[in-house]
Write a protein that binds this ligand. Structure first.
Ligand code: ZN
Length: 229
């Protein structure tokens, strides 16, 4: 289903929920050429292709934020349905994928999407930036950050911190489109901005890396004390 339609002018930008653990997928398209990119097709390849078609778009590109299966599960199926090219930080996560390098520019019709290497939650993690739309995958959620530690092979809290500092250099108005609907605060929050996260995300509004690590250590208690699900 379509969660948010933030399309403007000829740019199509849809936030989707097609399954998984509150996973979000994204459709980025150029209505002038009819070309689109599908981000993180972990679920619902058929529905993903149908939603694109309803928008008058065909998926030519598949972008993977990182190799966890809830972000990649149906990438091969979607590529088979659409003939799309797959790009991933680690091309081994999906058969036939091409590797992304930092700051690579990926063309989606007339749109140019910038791929940003943002390791931390996973070593192969990328964010995708088009103008003020930033798809943050499992680096940054509304009010949270991606998990690190032994549960996530190859993860690094130091790299995640550095990646967060990198994206926070973009304009505070930059919109944050996360990989999961993990917000646990009051009301609903499926989309944020970098400025809002810098000021309100408990992992980012502390005193630095030591506070960031301390909160990761104490997250279960912090969540309980603050009523975060
Ligand atoms: Zn993940």
């Amino acid at each position: 289903m379509i969660v948010n339609d933030h399309s403007r002018d000829h740019v199509r930008f849809l936030q989707l929920h097609l399954g998984g653990d509150r996973n979000f997928q994204y459709l980025i398209g150029d209505a002038r050429t009819g070309d689109a990119a599908a981000v993180d097709p972990g679920f619902g390849a058929g529905t993903f292709a149908a939603i694109a078609q309803d928008q008058g778009l065909s998926i030519k590109t598949i972008l993977i934020t990182h190799g966890h299966c809830d972000h990649t599960g149906e990438a091969a199926a979607l590529a088979e349905l659409t003939g799309a090219e797959i790009f991933a930080g680690n091309p081994e996560v999906v058969a036939g994928a091409q590797p992304l390098v930092d700051d690579q520019l990926v063309r989606v019709g007339g749109l140019v999407v910038r791929a940003l290497a943002t390791p931390g939650h996973a070593p192969d993690h990328f964010c995708f930036l088009y103008e003020d739309f930033l798809v943050t995958g499992d680096l940054l959620f509304c009010g949270k950050v991606g998990g690190t530690g032994s549960f996530f092979p190859g993860s690094s809290s130091q790299e995640e911190w550095d990646s967060l500092q990198r994206i926070l250099l973009f304009s505070p108005e930059t919109r944050v489109y996360p990989g999961h609907d993990y917000y646990g605060g009051p009301g609903e929050m499926k989309v944020s901005t970098l400025g809002h996260e810098r000021d309100h995300n408990p992992f980012l509004n502390g005193t630095g890396f030591a506070a960031f690590c301390a909160l990761k250590e104490n997250w279960a208690t912090f969540k309980q004390e603050n009523g975060i699900r």
